[in-house]
Design a protein around this ligand. Sequence first.
Ligand code: 1CP
Length: 363
Amino acid sequence: KEVSGDFPQLKNDTFLRAARGEETEHVPVWCMRQAGRYLPEFREFRAGKDFFDTCRSPEACCELTLQPLRRFPFDAAIIFSDILVVPQAMGMDVQMVAGKGPTFPEPLKEPEDLQRLQVKVDVEKELGYVFKAITLTRHKIEGKVPLIGFTGAPWTLMSYMIEGGGSNTHSKAKRWLYRHPEASHMLLKMLTDVVVEYLLGQVAAGAQALQVFESHAGILGPVQFKDFSLPYLRDIARRVKDKLKEKGQDVPMIVFAKDAHYGLEDLSQSYYEVVGLDWTIDPRSARERTGGRVSLQGNMDPCALYSPKECISDIVRKMLEGFGTRGYIANLGHGLYPDMDPENVGTFVEAVHQHSIQMNKQV
Ligand code: 1CP
């Protein structure tokens, strides 16, 4: 299946241009978790429905993706879904437990457990509902802004599959890396194969950019990152890009490896157009270390949204001065939290637009 040419024409391509390092009239902005519980309309829509049932409904995913765009002039949308649909597609049970988060009733404990996983995953059959959600949303978004598809990265997915849910230490998953390195690589390779097909399916369905979430990079040190994360992140980008090229297609890819300071140089040489940053990195030093090889995305501390409006505008201005307005996509350093005030999100978005237009006039 090909991307059909019958999607509405894109009206605002600032996000795509910034991803490619081209000039834009303003700095584009979106927020991780922009479709989420901080929005009353999200809470109302999700009320009483099972989380993964919602993920399996293309109409529901489309509605939740569009909700934040009705409130704020975001320059991109991210499809509503979750990274844990990939372990589900491989045969694992994952449930969303209220007050606890995603839970695997039967996590992987020992290498023998890998036999429980699907050997050859039929991605179209298992994850076709995500592709349908993307295609529907591409129509319903009416070309307002580009639609981002996404996936969890292999190490982050592996850590959930072994921990069985969120964790502070990730010691069960890290135990595998030290005790069962071969089985770990086998699992990471299996995940990589599924992720590559999954991302290609998302582009075929209409995704205009792709973000790979390595949310648990920070739990690895530099040595383990180079061994168990980076090679798979690279393999994903290279294989997706090669396949797309064969079809004469190309979409920008973003890698967000949270807390992986030590990996910045490597990540900027890993076939991704954009490197996403968490808030612990100074914008100027991120620019220096990535040497103009990539565009950057991030990285305001999400908690800065708790400050008074005037302060938010000031924090945004300093961030923009640090990154510069070229090859830059404004975002938070991680997702929005449920108790955040939607009004302050609006202030953030407007501050990015206003300050960047001002700055562009001055040069
Ligand atoms: O009922 C609910 O609404 C539960 C909250 C929620 C939401 C809104 C979860 C459970 N997932 C999502 C949607 C989601 N997840 C999106 C699309 C919405 C958007 O971004 O606007 C995306 C991109 C994700 C990706 C995701 N899921 C990541 C990577 C990003 C990150 O936060 O680092 C991770 C780690 C997950 C797992 C997950 N899903 C949900 C929760 C609470 C968690 C974290 C669990 C934990 O580790 O404690």
